[in-house]
Design a protein around this ligand. Structure first.
Ligand SMILES: [Zn+2]
Length: 84
């Protein structure tokens, strides 16, 4: 599955690999970003660069269907606060 970040906020997945033109938004001129291809949410979560990740653990749990505990097992750095 392919993971994307929406220019409106949020992460979504698709089994289609969109082109840049598909990801471009005619209405506001911004575009979505292709994150990468992963077999599952678990694979994606393991690969997240926690330091540059802007979404909350709760959001990630909601989207992935995984518990926050499981997410932190997969990628413990997501539990750290990098803003301090
Ligand atoms: Zn837009």
């Amino acid at each position: 599955m392919y993971f994307y970040e929406s220019h409106l906020g949020g992460i979504y997945t698709s089994n289609i690999k969109y082109s840049y033109d598909d990801l471009y938004c005619d209405e506001c001129g911004d575009s979505d970003w292709y994150i990468g291809e992963y077999d599952s949410w678990e694979d994606y979560i393991k690969d997240i660069d926690a330091e540059n990740f802007i979404f909350s653990l709760d959001y990630l749990a909601e989207e992935s269907g995984l518990s926050v505990k499981r997410i932190l097992e997969l990628n413990p750095r997501l539990g750290e606060d990098f803003n301090e």
